[in-house]
Design a protein around this ligand. Sequence first.
Ligand code: IPE
Ligand code: IPE
Ligand code: MG
Length: 245
Amino acid sequence: MNPPVPEGKLPAHLAIVMDGNGRWARQRGLSRVEGHRKGAEVARVITEECARIGIKFLSLFAFSTDNWARPKSEVDALFLLLKSYLRKERQTLIANGIRFRAIGNISQLPNNIQRLVAQTERATAPCSRMELILALNYSGQWDILQAVFRLARDAEAHKVRPEDITPDLFERYLVSSDAPVPDLLIRTGGERRISNFYLYPLAYTELYFTPTPWPDFTPEELHEALEEFSRRERRFGRIPEPQQL
Ligand code: IPE
Ligand code: IPE
Ligand code: MG
C-alpha cells in the first residue's frame, strides 16, 4: 500500500484514542480482555504503518488515570498485556527505527511495568525514524496540574518570574513538550469526546471520529483518515489568504 497523501500533507504528530475494545469483544461473546488483546495487536500494526509512511510522532492513549475506576481484574489484565507488549516489541521497535517514550504518571504504575518502560526507552533512544509516545496512566488534566506544580516550584525557587510565564514557557512544562502539538486526533469506537487525553495541546488539532472499534481499525482506514486530514483547511484563527484585504 502506497501512502495516499504526499509526505508534506501528513500530520507530523498523529494522536489516537484507541477506543472500543470492550464493546468489540462483547459483540462477539468474548471477554473484554480479549478485546484488549486484539487491540494490542492492532496498535502494533498501526504503529508500523505510521513509521512506514513517514509520520514522525505517534501518540497512543493506552491507559487513562480515569481507567483505575474499572474492575481490578480488567486493570490487572491490561497491565499483563502491556508487560507482554513491552517485552515482545522492543526488538521490532528497534528494527523499525521507532523510539519509544511513555508519558503519564509512570511512578504510580507497578514496579515491573516501570522497569520495562525504562528499559524500552533506553534501548530505543538512538532510533530516529518515528517517535512512539505511549500515554500510560496519563490524562490531560493531570498533565496541566503537574506542569502548574513544577512551574510553581520553579517560581518559588526564583528560577522563573511570574511575568515571564508565556504560552511557550508553560508548554515546556507539559510532559508532551518534546513533541510538536498533534495535528490530527483519531478516536475509534464511535464516541465523540476527548476523554481527558491531551487537552492543552489539542487547541488547533483536527479531530476525526470513526465508529470502527479499535480492534477492527486497519491501515486502510488510517489512510482514509489521513486523506481526509490532507483536505482540511487549517486556519488557526486566521482567514484564508485570498480573502485578505
Ligand atoms: C479502550 O477500549 C481501551 C482502554 C480504555 C484501555 P475500552 O476498554 O474503553 O472499550 P469500550 O469503550 O468499553 O468498548
Ligand atoms: C479513553 O477511553 C481512554 C483510552 C482509550 C485509554 P475511555 O473508554 O476510558 O473513555 P470514556 O469512558 O468512554 O469517556
Ligand atoms: Mg471506552
